[in-house]
Unconditional design. Structure first.
Length: 449
């Protein structure tokens, strides 16, 4: 990996204080020594923040606003996550939201497997994928431009996830934003990698695997294209940063870990119990749970017939509801307090078979002092050691044995609860994450100007 990128990693892994190294310097703009004016573009309104993506977006905006920066937000308001924009009024300086329908249209998706492009008004010549173009709306673009005229100039534009990168590029192509204003992508995942992994799932039909492969190919093409024009990239893990750096060694890339607030529950946990918690409208979560129920749970039942499994998550599909047998498997649906839910049961499972980025739910669980069994993909990008901080297994039998062993071995379970929280404490706090983000954004502004 290029040395310059490695230095970025070293820089953001330290405990950096706001404004250190920047305050008092003259970068051609008086605001550089004080607070920034930031325009944040969101692919959804992140409230309620009950999944990793929403948590990262909400906490990022909240931290920047609390630090004194002027933070204007424009959000795509989707049917899947539709919310009243007023819920964000206390979290930022202003919030604009535009309702658009991002629902998957099978016929349009099939048509765009051949060729998928953004609307002509975006002036983006590069091809894309339907996975991304369904978030591109001329109405949203016009609203953003209206915000720039009324609320600008901005010091930096932050595109949250690849799904809003097209708006950043359109602003640059249409010259709607000052040429000195950096446009930065906050990449929650390597989106093409998610489609790649889903395409390799043998439980899917041959047709679906072929569609996923094509979506991966198209998404990767635009993902790589973004690196050619954006002023910088911020990932959630060094693993993702490394993947992007291989593609574009000249791009400024920083890795900034998300944060979690530590909780030490005092609840009495139900003996011999497992829990699963995750957004059940996210395909990798459902796939992972399906693999667990088909391949792992029967082994757990055979080895520990007294074990129970508790499943919770937003937008629970019929397939998951059908797992509830009223005795050993209980489906709770959407819950209000994830910490309280996790504190009731002995061992958490994160059986992911696909995905990218950092699993916020694992960080949250470990900082809630939960014992975890997961896969190599599940803990990707986290400093976890199998048998020390968590149990990590990819084979169904090994995963089942790890679950049973942790449920039965109190000493092992308690040791992992302490070690897991110790491994993440400090670097994975929102305070540390916010300080690093503040310095990274200031670096982009200084570099651009």
């Amino acid at each position: 990996m290029p040395g310059r990128i490695l230095r970025h990693y070293e820089c953001v892994s330290q405990q950096i204080h706001p404004y250190k190294g920047f305050e008092g310097q003259n970068h051609g703009n008086a605001r550089m020594s004080a607070h920034l004016r930031i325009l944040v573009l969101l692919p959804r309104i992140p409230v309620p923040a009950r999944d990793g993506g929403a948590i990262v977006m909400l906490e990022t905006i909240r931290a920047l606003h609390a630090a004194g920066h002027h933070v204007d937000v424009c959000a795509v308001n989707t049917p899947k996550h539709n919310a009243d924009p007023s819920v964000m009024e206390q979290e930022c300086s202003s919030i604009n939201a535009v309702d658009i329908d991002t629902s998957i249209r099978p016929f349009r998706m099939l048509r765009e497997l051949l060729s998928s492009r953004f609307p002509d008004e975006f002036r983006i010549s590069a091809p894309s994928s339907y996975w991304l173009t369904r978030f591109a709306s001329v109405r949203v673009l016009e609203r953003i431009e209206h915000m720039i005229v009324g609320g600008g100039p901005y010091d930096v534009v932050l595109c949250e996830s690849l799904f809003t990168a097209c708006y950043g590029e359109a602003l640059r192509r249409r010259q709607s934003i000052d040429a000195a204003t950096p446009i930065v992508l906050h990449a929650h995942n390597v989106e093409a990698r998610i489609q790649d992994r889903l395409a390799k799932d043998p439980s899917r039909s041959a047709i679906e695997r072929a569609i996923r492969r094509r979506l991966a190919e198209q998404t990767r093409a635009y993902e790589n294209h973004v690196l050619t024009w954006c002023d910088g990239l911020i990932t959630l893990s060094p693993v993702d940063a490394g993947l992007f750096a291989v593609t574009s060694p000249s791009t400024q890339i920083y890795s900034n870990a998300p944060g979690v607030r530590e909780n030490i529950p005092d609840e009495t946990r139900e003996p011999m119990s497992l829990w699963f918690l995750g957004s059940l409208d996210w395909t990798p979560n459902v796939d992972g749970l399906r693999w667990f129920m088909r391949s792992v749970w029967p082994i757990v039942q055979r080895e520990a017939p007294e074990a129970t499994l508790h499943i919770a998550g937003r937008s629970t599909p019929a397939e998951v509801l059908a797992y509830d047998d009223g005795t050993r498997v209980l489906v709770h649906g959407e819950i209000e307090d994830p910490t309280l839910f996790r504190s009731r049961f002995e061992v958490g499972i994160v059986p992911l078979q696909s995905g990218s980025g950092v699993r916020i739910k694992i960080i949250e669980a470990l900082m809630d002092h939960s014992a975890i069994v997961t896969t190599a993909i599940g803990c990707e990008g986290l400093p976890l050691v199998d048998g020390v901080h968590a149990r990590i297994a990819d084979d169904a039998s090994a995963f089942a044995q790890a679950c049973v062993s942790l449920m039965r071995d109190t000493a092992q379970r308690e040791g992992m609860r302490t070690a897991g929280a110790d491994a993440l404490r400090g670097e994975y706090s929102w305070e540390a994450s916010a300080q690093r983000l503040d310095q990274i954004l200031r670096t982009f502004v200084a570099t651009r100007r």
